[in-house]
Design a protein around this ligand. Sequence first.
Ligand code: ATP
Length: 408
Amino acid sequence: MAAIEMKNIVKEYGDGFPAVNDVSIDVADGEFLILVGPSGCGKSTLLRMIVGLEDISSGDMVIGGKRVNELAPRERNLAMVFQNYALYPHLTVYENIAFPLRLAKMPDAEVDAKVREASSLLELDEHLERKPGNLSGGQRQRVAMGRAIVREADAYLFDEPLSNLDAKLRGQMRTEIARLQKRLGITTVYVTHDQTEAMTLGDKVAVLRRGVLQQHATPRELYENPANLFVAGFIGSPPMNFLPATLEGRTLTLPFGTVEISERNAERAAGHEVLVAGIRPEFFEDASLTDEVRAATGVTFEADVDVVEWLGHEAYAYIPFQGHDKVSSDLSELAKDLDTEGQQAQLVVALDSASRITAGSRATLWCDFTKGHLFDPVTGFNLTLDEDNAGRVTGALPPHIAAQRAAQ
Ligand code: ATP
């Protein structure tokens, strides 16, 4: 296996617009990296540059310590699994898996050993003599993976491999891929636009927006400490709530009440006429279900609940609120990229499934804002980010982190 280093990678197509703009990411030997972002953010282009299917406009692509910019795909020893895992319909499962080995003119006995090892790993033993047309989508996907893993490549690249499968199968395959990757210890780069896949599969996740790397960190770091509004809104379902907020001293006024924030965060967020407060749905609760100790750590408020979705293990309550014109216009580009344009301003809160709050009622809710973030609505930066747990934050940096790094 090999490590992959992407150094200041740029890709400009004919019109000069950079589809990938100065991206630097290191993938350690045996690591599972996810490239994620909305359609058109450049993730497939980046993957294609790793594998050699796309020329690199500038920057260095280094695989296993060797610069590969000028090497043809077949000279890079990488295996790729595509979304449209084109299997050969006239060949059996066995021969489909064996295909790259036959091309390499490997002796029959060795081919047989390798195909059987892969098929047992992927639970395809009983299907080896069948043709792809007689297999289910998931089985076909496994054959495509089998064809990739027999190669003993230096790294494995996946381009949205599960997007053609139904939701249940996607969940199963996700677990299988994670298991297989850990078992084989293979360096993997996996492209997806699905944030659930990104969170559950990757050791590290690189979030791209319009060709620019936003944050490269572990799934937990991305979730708990997003570098900016885009990452905060993209990772998590239901997404983080964005609320207009104003700050005076340490008192933060939110649409539903006021909270005291730490002195350090108040200093970082000072000087903004209006801020975007970000708080995830799970940091709210039905106030009647919080004990006294917990209640004292947060703020209690009344709200008119519009809709309640009861899911069994928890419930989501939706609370419309009055948006803020300046914030809405500052965030219009973000809404485009997050696909939330035209949505009504509403708070989504996750409640314990024991909650009896109903749609159309006035409810007493509780919120723990110590887990909240404050963002600059113009630049999108997370003003309350701590560098220690933010992973790699690239592009323009939040001012307090830029100052910290400059001082180092
Ligand atoms: P998707 O999830 O829709 O595949 P993506 O994040 O993988 O999107 P890319 O396919 O990498 O995005 O495309 C990134 C940008 O580069 C897009 O704006 C796209 O229109 C542009 N692009 C891709 N291929 C070409 C090409 N051959 N010529 C010109 N522009 C291209």
